[in-house]
Design a protein. Sequence first.
Lengths: 189, 317
Amino acid sequence: MAVYSTSEFRSGLKVMLDGDPCSILENEFVKPGKGQAFNRVRMRNLKTGRVWERTFKSGDSLEGADVVDVTMQYLYNDGEHWHFMTPETFEQCQADAMIVGDAARWLREQDNCVVTLYNGAPLAVTPPNHVELEIAETDPGMRGDTATGGTKPAKLVTGAVVKVPLFLNVGDVVRVDTRTGEYLSRARE
Amino acid sequence: MTDWRPSAPRNALVRRARLLAGIRAFFAARAVLEIDVPVLGRAGVTDVHIDNLVVAGAPPGYLQSSPEYFLKRLLAVHPEPVYYLGKAFRAGERGRLHNPEFTLLEWYRPDWDDRQLMDEVEALLRNLGAAGRAPCPRLDYGTCFRDALGLDPHTAADNELREQAAAAADQPAVRWRDEPRAICLDLLFSLKVEPRLPAGVVFVSDYPACQAALARVVHTPDGVPVARRFEVFLNRAELANGYWELTDADEQRRRFAADGALRAALGKPVRPADERLLAALAAGLPDCAGVALGVDRLLMQLLGAGHIRDVLAFAEG
């Protein structure tokens, strides 16, 4: 694996720290005029999700991590594992609830998502930033009420619960931001 | 290609032009002579943590990291107040507050000490609109350090400083086992002391002797050696660095040699000392105080800019 020096640390670079793969979030150059230069680096431990802040002397280096993001299709859940496939190669892999985590609330069979592979095995699953999903359960819509701005909870077909405007009904398709869990708009069918 | 455009918005360029004119007017009114020294010199610096940009050739040229050596050579012949306002270069320094090419203001006052020069820095910053009417706080390095870390930077054992530095960096202690004292102090001051400084213009003076650089070292009444060096912070960002200048050629030669030894130990290229500067010191540099101030950082503060590129016409290099 390549070795990266502090001056090459960019947001998104994957490196090994204390035996765990990490993704660099921020790299700040700090230097007293006459003194040693340092890099204050914020990075996310890709195994635990925890954010670390470490300070390195400028010029220190870390080994790169064999971490790649692959767009895969979500196939099905067998009750224990979620199964994914790379559409071009038909290669499949499976991930458990620890790895899929919050992404499970947004995954619908046949939809694409990003699977992060570490040494070839799934490490994390990221749904698309925006998904369009059908409402499975919600209180009946109030016809014509498109202006008051009130909301109500709605359960989507994947199990996620989001706040939607009052006029929406079961069967309507909504567009949601998966990073915030917020309703964005009604989707055109 | 989209990055051909200027980095700074026009209002920053207008403010920069006004700032440069304001600095020149301030010194003209005080009869300090502007000296346009070269940026390309035949010698570089030995400083452990400053790397010159080297211009290939036989012999190579060195883009100056500050006008200090030229101005001191000048002072040894013409002992009068002088300043330089122009470009300086430092290899590899790039970040929110750093650009390899930057604008530096540096001036020297024969017969003054660091205390008198601090008064003039304060007057300049007030004149340029960076300091208010109230006197700016004058803090002591040792007191700031003790308040933030509970350790005396002048007398604490090397190992105590290394432990604290490793903890502040969130690094295993073993990685800091052999760090020189000065590097531990650099880290602790940057990470733990600077964030606790008051807002506005603040002076910090009397640095640990191991951070003297080109300042003279004196002993306090308690017998503790301190460097007569000061730094100026503006909203917790380092803005200027000043010395009651070392004038002893032999001591200067010893410090250059110590720099070289530390560079070699750190695996960095060792630069020859500037023999012309040493010869000027031997001929007789007048007692003087000098200070260098980062003009881009001052402009950032005046404009509330978050990144140095927002005040540079073109952030290249």
